[in-house]
Design a protein around this ligand. Structure first.
Ligand code: FMN
Length: 395
């Protein structure tokens, strides 16, 4: 009998659907919730470009904050394919239960509880990772939230408050006993912030002890890294955050690589087709088109004035990922300064169109225009796109 290659098996596994209670997600590449990043336009783009699940930015469970513009925008899921997942944070069991119910009543199909956020503002209010120091309170919060809704409730946590007080094993036990349906672990303690490498041993230990679907998170930025983490932890899925900033296509690119790596495994034939086939290494033309589609959606979602401001950071991340616009070169610095000064969608798009056009050969431009590589909505190259203040028109 042929020995099964664990890497091929895990590549195939990442492309399989995952069942979370009553909800199924099409693959196991998950976008991390990131406040100020994973808004509706970005989530939708990531889903269309291959992510199996996206989760809203964290919303407070405090009912007084429910009707703020921030909360309303964070819980706007218009046009998103299901399952809709909303992350809530807070430290009062009653409020967390009400927040879970409030969001489920408004269409959330998954409720994620945040025990992992190290933000000072959140920790001071004894929510996020500060809760890790009070296991009995964690139990009461999880039980109350699970009891209050019919949809699956999931938990996202770090490995503990500090290296000296790692209590992931206890938190996982409490989660399982409370009826949580999936556990995501960012492999660092709160005190570690983002320093050092994400721990894999803690996750491997949890896999042994806990029957919940386990999602590994922390420092994953490629298909190879995802497979390595699965090989070492036995996790069921991976979540990535920072690696997706400015790169919403990373999920599809990873899936394309994984499909190649999975071919030697018998389960590969069962991998469901992706919504789109994303190139493993997208061309500049392709990236330019995606970026401009993203900006277009930001203008629509936030209105032109705020959309242009919010777009700046996404543009910065994309350009930095391409090795430009980071201020490291005169060219990049010049572009960055001009982008920071733009206040209209037309001028922002125009600058980028020129930036990308300068870097795309006429042959590549022609190829991309005909290409069926990308998601069908992006088939017409964004450099031909013109923002007229209300709607996109193709010139
Ligand atoms: C800008 C930013 C905002 C974040 N906001 C949240 C959040 O709202 N909720 C949460 O659970 N984690 C949040 N995180 C943590 C990420 O979800 C993730 O756990 C962490 O970045 C590690 O994954 P990575 O190495 O793939 O980035 C945030 C991280 C970043 C960088």
């Amino acid at each position: 009998m042929l020995a099964v290659d664990p890497s091929a098996a895990n590549a195939a596994k990442l492309l399989q659907p995952l069942q979370i209670g009553s909800v199924s997600i099409p693959n196991r590449l998950i976008l991390a919730p990131m406040a100020g990043v994973t808004d509706q336009p970005f989530r939708l783009l990531c889903r269309q470009l291959g992510a199996g699940l996206t989760i809203s930015e964290m919303v407070s469970s405090n009912p007084a904050l429910r009707n703020t513009r921030k909360s309303r925008e964070r819980t706007n899921h218009q046009g998103e394919p299901g399952p809709i997942a909303v992350q809530i944070a807070g430290s009062d069991p009653q409020q967390m239960a009400e927040a879970a119910r409030h969001n489920a009543d408004r269409g959330a199909e998954l409720i994620d509880i945040n025990l992992g956020c190290p933000a000072k503002k959140v920790c001071k209010a004894a929510a996020g990772s500060a809760l890790l120091r009070d296991e009995s309170l964690v139990g009461r919060i999880l039980e109350a939230a699970v009891r209050s809704v019919d949809v699956p409730v999931t938990l996202k946590t770090r490995t503990g408050w500090s290296p000296e007080t790692r209590n992931l094993a206890n938190i996982a036990r409490i989660a399982e006993a409370s009826g949580i349906q999936l556990l995501t672990v960012h492999g660092r303690t709160r005190a570690c912030g983002y320093q050092g490498e994400a721990e894999v041993e803690s996750l491997a230990g949890i896999r042994e002890q806990c029957a919940l679907p386990l999602v590994a998170n922390g420092d994953i930025d490629s298909a190879t890294k995802a497979i390595e983490v699965l090989n070492r932890t036995g996790a069921d899925a991976i979540m990535l955050g920072r690696a997706a900033m400015g790169r919403p296509w990373i999920f599809g690119s990873m899936a394309t690589t994984l499909r190649g790596l999975a071919t030697t495994h018998p389960a590969s034939g069962q991998c469901p087709a992706m919504i789109s086939e994303v190139p493993r290494l997208p061309s500049m033309a392709w990236i330019g088109a995606i970026l401009m589609e993203h900006l277009d959606r930001l203008y629509r979602f936030y209105g032109e004035r705020r959309g242009v401001l919010i777009a700046r950071k996404h543009i910065g991340w994309t350009l930095r990922g391409l090795g430009g616009g980071s201020g490291s070169s005169t060219d990049g610095e010049h572009l960055r300064q001009r982008l920071m000064a733009t206040t209209t969608a037309a001028s922002q798009l125009d600058l980028l169109r020129k930036h990308f056009a300068d870097r795309i050969s006429p042959e590549a431009l022609a190829r991309s225009a005909d290409s069926t590589d990308g998601f069908s909505d992006f088939a017409s190259l964004a450099p031909d796109m013109h923002w007229n203040g209300h709607q996109r028109v193709n010139r």
